[in-house]
Write a protein that binds this ligand. Structure first.
Ligand code: AMP
Ligand code: GLY
Length: 425
Protein backbone atom coordinates (compact mmCIF):
# COMPACT_ATOMS: atom_id res chain seq x y z
CA UNK A 1 0.00 0.00 0.00
CA UNK A 2 1.24 3.50 -0.86
CA UNK A 3 0.42 6.38 1.49
CA UNK A 4 1.19 10.08 1.01
CA UNK A 5 1.20 12.49 3.97
CA UNK A 6 1.00 16.20 3.14
CA UNK A 7 2.77 18.72 5.37
CA UNK A 8 6.13 19.45 6.96
CA UNK A 9 5.65 20.01 10.69
CA UNK A 10 5.83 18.13 13.97
CA UNK A 11 2.25 16.95 13.41
CA UNK A 12 3.17 15.30 10.11
CA UNK A 13 6.29 13.77 11.68
CA UNK A 14 4.09 12.22 14.37
CA UNK A 15 1.64 10.93 11.72
CA UNK A 16 4.47 9.37 9.67
CA UNK A 17 6.05 7.90 12.81
CA UNK A 18 2.79 6.23 13.89
CA UNK A 19 1.98 4.93 10.40
CA UNK A 20 5.52 3.53 10.07
CA UNK A 21 5.46 2.03 13.59
CA UNK A 22 2.15 0.24 12.97
CA UNK A 23 2.82 -0.61 9.32
CA UNK A 24 6.47 -1.30 8.47
CA UNK A 25 5.28 -2.71 5.13
CA UNK A 26 3.67 0.41 3.61
CA UNK A 27 5.41 2.68 1.13
CA UNK A 28 5.25 6.06 2.81
CA UNK A 29 5.77 9.42 1.11
CA UNK A 30 5.66 12.92 2.60
CA UNK A 31 5.33 16.21 0.72
CA UNK A 32 7.34 18.30 1.45
CA UNK A 33 8.35 16.71 4.81
CA UNK A 34 11.31 17.77 6.93
CA UNK A 35 14.66 16.47 8.19
CA UNK A 36 13.13 14.12 10.75
CA UNK A 37 10.39 12.78 8.48
CA UNK A 38 13.06 11.76 5.92
CA UNK A 39 13.96 8.89 8.28
CA UNK A 40 10.46 7.37 7.97
CA UNK A 41 9.21 8.40 4.54
CA UNK A 42 10.40 9.24 1.06
CA UNK A 43 10.50 13.03 0.79
CA UNK A 44 8.54 14.51 -2.12
CA UNK A 45 9.70 18.06 -2.91
CA UNK A 46 6.25 19.55 -3.65
CA UNK A 47 4.84 22.35 -1.48
CA UNK A 48 1.47 21.89 0.23
CA UNK A 49 -0.25 24.54 -1.93
CA UNK A 50 0.82 23.05 -5.30
CA UNK A 51 -2.40 21.07 -5.57
CA UNK A 52 -2.14 20.11 -9.27
CA UNK A 53 1.39 18.83 -8.78
CA UNK A 54 0.30 16.79 -5.76
CA UNK A 55 -2.57 15.27 -7.76
CA UNK A 56 -0.11 14.47 -10.58
CA UNK A 57 2.31 12.86 -8.14
CA UNK A 58 -0.42 10.73 -6.54
CA UNK A 59 -1.60 9.57 -9.97
CA UNK A 60 1.88 8.79 -11.29
CA UNK A 61 2.92 6.92 -8.13
CA UNK A 62 -0.43 5.11 -7.71
CA UNK A 63 -0.90 6.47 -4.19
CA UNK A 64 -3.68 4.51 -2.44
CA UNK A 65 -4.39 7.04 0.31
CA UNK A 66 -3.39 10.66 0.97
CA UNK A 67 -3.59 12.22 4.44
CA UNK A 68 -3.63 16.03 4.70
CA UNK A 69 -1.94 17.69 7.70
CA UNK A 70 -2.22 21.48 7.40
CA UNK A 71 -5.16 23.81 6.81
CA UNK A 72 -3.83 25.70 3.78
CA UNK A 73 -4.27 22.92 1.18
CA UNK A 74 -7.70 22.07 2.69
CA UNK A 75 -8.82 25.69 2.26
CA UNK A 76 -7.55 25.57 -1.33
CA UNK A 77 -9.69 22.52 -2.08
CA UNK A 78 -7.06 19.75 -2.21
CA UNK A 79 -9.68 17.17 -1.20
CA UNK A 80 -12.04 18.26 -3.99
CA UNK A 81 -9.20 18.02 -6.54
CA UNK A 82 -8.07 14.56 -5.39
CA UNK A 83 -11.64 13.27 -5.34
CA UNK A 84 -12.29 14.66 -8.83
CA UNK A 85 -9.25 12.67 -9.98
CA UNK A 86 -10.63 9.50 -8.32
CA UNK A 87 -7.95 9.49 -5.59
CA UNK A 88 -8.68 8.52 -1.97
CA UNK A 89 -7.86 11.35 0.47
CA UNK A 90 -8.41 11.89 4.20
CA UNK A 91 -9.63 15.42 4.96
CA UNK A 92 -12.63 17.71 4.46
CA UNK A 93 -13.65 19.38 1.20
CA UNK A 94 -13.08 23.11 0.74
CA UNK A 95 -16.66 23.86 1.76
CA UNK A 96 -16.49 21.72 4.92
CA UNK A 97 -13.06 23.18 5.79
CA UNK A 98 -14.60 26.67 5.92
CA UNK A 99 -15.44 25.86 9.51
CA UNK A 100 -11.75 26.70 10.07
CA UNK A 101 -10.83 28.95 7.14
CA UNK A 102 -13.63 31.48 7.79
CA UNK A 103 -14.18 32.53 11.39
CA UNK A 104 -17.24 34.52 10.25
CA UNK A 105 -18.77 31.40 8.68
CA UNK A 106 -17.95 29.33 11.79
CA UNK A 107 -19.52 31.88 14.16
CA UNK A 108 -22.73 32.25 12.09
CA UNK A 109 -22.89 28.47 11.73
CA UNK A 110 -22.64 27.97 15.50
CA UNK A 111 -25.26 30.62 16.16
CA UNK A 112 -27.84 29.21 13.74
CA UNK A 113 -27.22 25.65 15.00
CA UNK A 114 -27.21 26.51 18.73
CA UNK A 115 -23.63 25.30 19.27
CA UNK A 116 -22.43 27.03 22.47
CA UNK A 117 -19.86 29.76 21.72
CA UNK A 118 -18.88 33.31 22.78
CA UNK A 119 -21.26 36.13 21.82
CA UNK A 120 -19.97 38.00 18.80
CA UNK A 121 -20.49 40.58 16.08
CA UNK A 122 -19.08 40.47 12.54
CA UNK A 123 -18.08 43.64 10.67
CA UNK A 124 -16.96 44.27 7.11
CA UNK A 125 -16.51 47.97 7.74
CA UNK A 126 -13.58 49.18 9.89
CA UNK A 127 -15.33 52.38 11.05
CA UNK A 128 -18.41 50.50 12.31
CA UNK A 129 -16.18 47.96 14.09
CA UNK A 130 -14.17 50.72 15.77
CA UNK A 131 -17.40 52.38 16.87
CA UNK A 132 -18.68 49.10 18.31
CA UNK A 133 -15.44 48.70 20.31
CA UNK A 134 -16.25 51.98 22.08
CA UNK A 135 -19.36 50.36 23.58
CA UNK A 136 -18.45 46.72 24.23
CA UNK A 137 -17.44 45.08 27.50
CA UNK A 138 -13.71 44.55 28.16
CA UNK A 139 -11.68 42.43 27.69
CA UNK A 140 -12.76 41.79 24.12
CA UNK A 141 -11.36 39.47 21.46
CA UNK A 142 -10.60 40.64 17.91
CA UNK A 143 -10.29 37.92 15.25
CA UNK A 144 -9.29 38.09 11.60
CA UNK A 145 -11.64 36.28 9.22
CA UNK A 146 -9.11 34.03 7.51
CA UNK A 147 -6.21 31.66 8.08
CA UNK A 148 -3.51 33.30 10.18
CA UNK A 149 -1.46 30.35 11.57
CA UNK A 150 -2.79 30.86 15.09
CA UNK A 151 -1.70 34.49 15.09
CA UNK A 152 -4.86 36.30 13.89
CA UNK A 153 -6.45 36.68 17.33
CA UNK A 154 -5.85 39.51 19.81
CA UNK A 155 -7.26 39.46 23.32
CA UNK A 156 -7.62 43.18 24.12
CA UNK A 157 -7.76 44.63 27.61
CA UNK A 158 -8.30 48.24 26.59
CA UNK A 159 -10.24 50.02 23.86
CA UNK A 160 -7.28 51.66 22.15
CA UNK A 161 -5.57 48.27 21.73
CA UNK A 162 -8.83 46.76 20.43
CA UNK A 163 -9.38 49.57 17.94
CA UNK A 164 -5.81 49.20 16.70
CA UNK A 165 -6.30 45.44 16.35
CA UNK A 166 -9.47 46.05 14.30
CA UNK A 167 -7.70 48.51 11.99
CA UNK A 168 -4.71 46.20 11.45
CA UNK A 169 -7.01 43.29 10.80
CA UNK A 170 -9.09 45.17 8.23
CA UNK A 171 -5.92 46.08 6.31
CA UNK A 172 -5.38 42.39 5.54
CA UNK A 173 -8.83 40.80 5.76
CA UNK A 174 -12.34 41.61 4.49
CA UNK A 175 -14.12 40.89 7.77
CA UNK A 176 -13.39 41.08 11.47
CA UNK A 177 -15.06 39.11 14.26
CA UNK A 178 -15.33 40.86 17.63
CA UNK A 179 -16.28 38.52 20.41
CA UNK A 180 -16.90 38.19 24.09
CA UNK A 181 -13.90 37.13 26.19
CA UNK A 182 -14.46 33.70 27.73
CA UNK A 183 -12.99 33.05 31.16
CA UNK A 184 -11.99 29.49 32.00
CA UNK A 185 -9.72 26.57 31.17
CA UNK A 186 -8.99 25.92 27.52
CA UNK A 187 -8.70 22.44 25.98
CA UNK A 188 -8.68 20.77 22.59
CA UNK A 189 -10.95 17.93 21.58
CA UNK A 190 -10.63 16.21 18.21
CA UNK A 191 -12.65 13.49 16.57
CA UNK A 192 -12.56 11.35 13.47
CA UNK A 193 -15.65 12.27 11.48
CA UNK A 194 -17.10 10.69 8.33
CA UNK A 195 -20.27 12.68 7.76
CA UNK A 196 -22.46 11.94 10.77
CA UNK A 197 -20.34 9.38 12.68
CA UNK A 198 -18.04 10.96 15.29
CA UNK A 199 -15.25 9.08 17.07
CA UNK A 200 -13.49 11.26 19.68
CA UNK A 201 -9.79 11.15 20.53
CA UNK A 202 -8.47 11.83 24.03
CA UNK A 203 -8.52 15.51 24.99
CA UNK A 204 -5.35 17.61 25.05
CA UNK A 205 -4.20 21.03 26.18
CA UNK A 206 -2.05 23.35 24.09
CA UNK A 207 0.04 26.25 25.45
CA UNK A 208 -0.28 29.07 22.94
CA UNK A 209 1.58 31.98 24.51
CA UNK A 210 5.32 32.07 23.92
CA UNK A 211 6.50 32.49 27.53
CA UNK A 212 5.93 30.72 30.85
CA UNK A 213 2.80 31.71 32.74
CA UNK A 214 0.94 32.28 29.43
CA UNK A 215 2.83 35.54 28.91
CA UNK A 216 3.81 37.12 25.59
CA UNK A 217 2.30 36.88 22.13
CA UNK A 218 0.43 33.83 20.84
CA UNK A 219 2.28 31.24 18.76
CA UNK A 220 1.28 28.17 16.76
CA UNK A 221 1.62 26.29 20.09
CA UNK A 222 4.60 25.87 22.48
CA UNK A 223 3.70 22.52 24.01
CA UNK A 224 0.85 20.21 24.91
CA UNK A 225 -0.11 17.19 26.96
CA UNK A 226 -2.74 14.48 26.79
CA UNK A 227 -4.97 13.14 28.19
CA UNK A 228 -6.17 15.65 30.81
CA UNK A 229 -6.02 13.80 34.12
CA UNK A 230 -7.71 16.63 36.03
CA UNK A 231 -10.78 16.75 33.71
CA UNK A 232 -13.84 14.69 34.47
CA UNK A 233 -15.15 12.33 31.81
CA UNK A 234 -18.50 14.11 31.97
CA UNK A 235 -16.98 17.33 30.59
CA UNK A 236 -15.54 15.46 27.60
CA UNK A 237 -18.80 13.53 27.06
CA UNK A 238 -20.74 16.78 27.20
CA UNK A 239 -18.49 18.32 24.53
CA UNK A 240 -18.85 15.29 22.26
CA UNK A 241 -22.64 15.18 22.60
CA UNK A 242 -23.34 18.92 22.52
CA UNK A 243 -20.60 20.22 20.27
CA UNK A 244 -18.83 17.69 18.01
CA UNK A 245 -21.81 15.48 17.23
CA UNK A 246 -24.29 18.29 16.46
CA UNK A 247 -21.64 20.12 14.42
CA UNK A 248 -21.09 17.08 12.18
CA UNK A 249 -24.85 16.64 11.74
CA UNK A 250 -25.43 20.34 11.00
CA UNK A 251 -22.58 20.41 8.46
CA UNK A 252 -24.28 17.51 6.64
CA UNK A 253 -27.65 19.29 6.78
CA UNK A 254 -26.10 22.43 5.33
CA UNK A 255 -24.62 20.50 2.41
CA UNK A 256 -21.05 20.50 3.69
CA UNK A 257 -20.54 16.95 4.98
CA UNK A 258 -17.26 16.75 6.88
CA UNK A 259 -14.81 13.89 6.57
CA UNK A 260 -11.52 14.05 8.44
CA UNK A 261 -10.47 15.35 11.83
CA UNK A 262 -12.82 17.89 13.38
CA UNK A 263 -10.94 19.85 16.04
CA UNK A 264 -12.81 21.91 18.63
CA UNK A 265 -10.86 24.49 20.64
CA UNK A 266 -12.99 24.71 23.78
CA UNK A 267 -13.27 26.75 26.96
CA UNK A 268 -14.59 25.20 30.15
CA UNK A 269 -16.38 28.24 31.60
CA UNK A 270 -18.52 28.59 34.71
CA UNK A 271 -21.55 28.35 32.41
CA UNK A 272 -20.42 25.21 30.57
CA UNK A 273 -18.18 24.27 27.66
CA UNK A 274 -18.07 26.77 24.77
CA UNK A 275 -16.34 26.73 21.39
CA UNK A 276 -13.45 29.14 20.85
CA UNK A 277 -12.68 27.87 17.36
CA UNK A 278 -13.00 24.91 15.05
CA UNK A 279 -10.16 23.50 13.00
CA UNK A 280 -10.61 21.13 10.10
CA UNK A 281 -7.50 19.03 10.77
CA UNK A 282 -5.22 17.52 13.40
CA UNK A 283 -3.98 20.06 15.97
CA UNK A 284 -0.31 20.89 16.21
CA UNK A 285 1.26 20.29 18.80
CA UNK A 286 -1.66 18.23 20.21
CA UNK A 287 -1.20 15.40 17.68
CA UNK A 288 2.38 14.89 18.83
CA UNK A 289 1.11 13.98 22.33
CA UNK A 290 -2.07 12.14 21.34
CA UNK A 291 -0.60 9.67 18.83
CA UNK A 292 1.96 8.22 21.30
CA UNK A 293 -1.06 7.19 23.45
CA UNK A 294 -3.02 5.59 20.57
CA UNK A 295 -3.15 1.80 20.31
CA UNK A 296 -5.83 1.55 17.61
CA UNK A 297 -4.61 1.25 14.04
CA UNK A 298 -4.31 4.74 12.58
CA UNK A 299 -4.27 3.64 8.95
CA UNK A 300 -7.50 1.65 9.41
CA UNK A 301 -9.11 4.73 10.97
CA UNK A 302 -8.19 6.86 7.96
CA UNK A 303 -9.57 4.18 5.65
CA UNK A 304 -12.76 3.81 7.68
CA UNK A 305 -13.40 7.57 7.39
CA UNK A 306 -12.65 7.76 3.68
CA UNK A 307 -14.89 4.74 3.03
CA UNK A 308 -17.65 6.07 5.34
CA UNK A 309 -17.72 3.10 7.67
CA UNK A 310 -16.52 4.80 10.86
CA UNK A 311 -19.69 3.70 12.59
CA UNK A 312 -18.37 0.09 12.51
CA UNK A 313 -15.06 0.91 14.22
CA UNK A 314 -16.19 0.94 17.87
CA UNK A 315 -14.21 2.83 20.53
CA UNK A 316 -10.59 3.83 20.13
CA UNK A 317 -8.03 1.95 22.22
CA UNK A 318 -5.47 3.94 24.27
CA UNK A 319 -2.32 2.72 26.04
CA UNK A 320 -3.14 4.46 29.36
CA UNK A 321 0.05 6.56 29.17
CA UNK A 322 0.28 10.32 29.58
CA UNK A 323 2.35 12.30 27.07
CA UNK A 324 3.86 15.76 27.55
CA UNK A 325 5.35 17.63 24.58
CA UNK A 326 7.64 20.66 24.67
CA UNK A 327 8.34 22.77 21.58
CA UNK A 328 11.90 24.00 21.12
CA UNK A 329 11.68 27.27 19.21
CA UNK A 330 14.20 29.36 17.30
CA UNK A 331 15.53 32.67 18.56
CA UNK A 332 13.00 35.42 17.76
CA UNK A 333 9.96 33.13 17.26
CA UNK A 334 7.01 33.99 16.99
CA UNK A 335 8.54 37.08 15.35
CA UNK A 336 11.25 36.94 12.69
CA UNK A 337 13.55 34.06 13.59
CA UNK A 338 16.99 32.69 12.83
CA UNK A 339 17.47 29.49 10.76
CA UNK A 340 20.44 27.30 9.88
CA UNK A 341 21.52 26.61 13.49
CA UNK A 342 23.15 23.21 13.95
CA UNK A 343 21.11 21.06 16.39
CA UNK A 344 22.97 18.85 18.87
CA UNK A 345 21.85 16.15 21.29
CA UNK A 346 18.83 14.64 19.48
CA UNK A 347 20.27 11.12 19.89
CA UNK A 348 20.76 11.70 23.60
CA UNK A 349 17.16 12.86 24.02
CA UNK A 350 15.98 9.67 22.29
CA UNK A 351 18.31 7.54 24.46
CA UNK A 352 16.63 9.05 27.51
CA UNK A 353 13.35 7.58 26.31
CA UNK A 354 11.77 10.66 24.72
CA UNK A 355 10.26 10.94 21.25
CA UNK A 356 11.65 13.68 19.04
CA UNK A 357 9.35 15.04 16.34
CA UNK A 358 10.89 17.55 13.99
CA UNK A 359 8.89 20.68 13.15
CA UNK A 360 11.30 22.93 11.25
CA UNK A 361 14.53 21.10 10.46
CA UNK A 362 16.61 20.14 7.44
CA UNK A 363 19.20 17.43 7.16
CA UNK A 364 22.41 18.81 5.68
CA UNK A 365 25.56 16.64 5.45
CA UNK A 366 24.18 14.20 8.03
CA UNK A 367 23.48 17.00 10.50
CA UNK A 368 20.12 18.47 11.46
CA UNK A 369 19.88 22.26 11.21
CA UNK A 370 16.96 24.53 12.15
CA UNK A 371 14.70 25.59 9.28
CA UNK A 372 11.58 27.03 10.98
CA UNK A 373 10.25 28.96 13.98
CA UNK A 374 9.19 25.85 15.84
CA UNK A 375 12.17 23.53 15.44
CA UNK A 376 11.57 20.35 17.47
CA UNK A 377 8.87 18.77 19.63
CA UNK A 378 10.27 16.67 22.44
CA UNK A 379 7.65 14.29 23.88
CA UNK A 380 7.96 12.40 27.14
CA UNK A 381 5.59 9.62 28.13
CA UNK A 382 4.89 7.85 31.40
CA UNK A 383 2.15 6.29 33.48
CA UNK A 384 1.32 9.70 34.98
CA UNK A 385 1.84 13.41 34.46
CA UNK A 386 4.86 13.65 36.81
CA UNK A 387 6.77 10.83 35.11
CA UNK A 388 5.92 12.14 31.64
CA UNK A 389 7.04 15.68 32.58
CA UNK A 390 10.28 14.43 34.11
CA UNK A 391 10.94 12.39 31.00
CA UNK A 392 10.40 15.30 28.63
CA UNK A 393 12.36 17.94 30.55
CA UNK A 394 15.35 15.60 31.08
CA UNK A 395 15.39 15.00 27.33
CA UNK A 396 15.00 18.73 26.56
CA UNK A 397 18.14 19.38 28.64
CA UNK A 398 20.08 17.08 26.30
CA UNK A 399 19.27 19.13 23.16
CA UNK A 400 20.87 22.38 22.17
CA UNK A 401 21.03 24.88 19.32
CA UNK A 402 21.92 28.55 19.34
CA UNK A 403 19.11 30.80 20.56
CA UNK A 404 16.81 27.85 21.45
CA UNK A 405 13.94 28.75 23.78
CA UNK A 406 11.06 26.80 25.25
CA UNK A 407 8.45 26.89 27.99
CA UNK A 408 9.38 25.29 31.29
CA UNK A 409 5.78 25.10 32.53
CA UNK A 410 4.06 22.74 30.08
CA UNK A 411 1.35 20.84 32.05
CA UNK A 412 2.41 22.65 35.25
CA UNK A 413 -1.07 24.05 35.93
CA UNK A 414 -2.65 20.62 35.61
CA UNK A 415 -0.05 19.17 37.93
CA UNK A 416 -0.74 21.84 40.54
CA UNK A 417 -4.48 21.05 40.35
CA UNK A 418 -3.81 17.33 40.72
CA UNK A 419 -1.53 17.87 43.70
CA UNK A 420 -4.35 19.93 45.23
CA UNK A 421 -6.73 17.03 44.65
CA UNK A 422 -3.99 14.55 45.71
CA UNK A 423 -4.29 12.54 42.48
CA UNK A 424 -0.82 13.17 41.01
CA UNK A 425 1.51 10.30 40.11
P1 AMP B 1 -8.25 30.97 18.06
O1 AMP B 1 -7.29 31.11 16.90
O2 AMP B 1 -9.64 31.41 17.75
O3 AMP B 1 -8.14 29.65 18.73
O4 AMP B 1 -7.69 31.95 19.18
C1 AMP B 1 -6.38 31.85 19.67
C2 AMP B 1 -6.37 31.90 21.15
O5 AMP B 1 -6.94 33.13 21.62
C3 AMP B 1 -7.21 30.83 21.80
O6 AMP B 1 -6.52 29.64 21.91
C4 AMP B 1 -7.54 31.46 23.14
O7 AMP B 1 -6.46 31.30 24.04
C5 AMP B 1 -7.68 32.93 22.80
N1 AMP B 1 -9.09 33.22 22.56
C6 AMP B 1 -9.73 33.22 21.37
N2 AMP B 1 -11.04 33.54 21.51
C7 AMP B 1 -11.22 33.75 22.83
C8 AMP B 1 -12.35 34.13 23.63
N3 AMP B 1 -13.54 34.36 23.08
N4 AMP B 1 -12.17 34.24 24.96
C9 AMP B 1 -10.96 34.03 25.52
N5 AMP B 1 -9.87 33.70 24.84
C10 AMP B 1 -9.98 33.55 23.50
N1 GLY C 1 -2.88 23.77 18.49
C1 GLY C 1 -3.70 24.65 17.79
C2 GLY C 1 -3.88 24.36 16.37
O1 GLY C 1 -3.47 23.33 15.87
O2 GLY C 1 -4.45 25.19 15.68
Amino acid sequence: MRVLVIGSGGREHALCWKLRQQHPEIELYCAPGNGGISEYATIVPITVDAIDQLVGFAQDQHIDLTVVGPELPLSLGIVDSFQAAGLAIFGPTRLAAEIESSKAFAKDFMQRNSIPTADFRIFNDAAAAVQYIATCTLPVVVKADGLAAGKGVVVCHDRVQAQQAVIECMQKHKKVVIEEFLEGEEFSLMAFVDGTAVLPLIAAQDHKAVYDGDQGPNTGGMGAYAPLPHFSASVIDYAVENILQPTAIALCKEGRPFTGILYAGLMLTSSGVKVIEFNARFGDPETQVILPCLESDLLSLFQACVEHRLVDVGELIWNQQVAVGVVLAAQGYPGAYATGQVIGGIENAIKQGALVFHAGTKKIDNQFVSAGGRVLNIVGTGPGLITARNCVYEAVAAVQFEGMHYRRDIAAKALAKMVQKDIAN
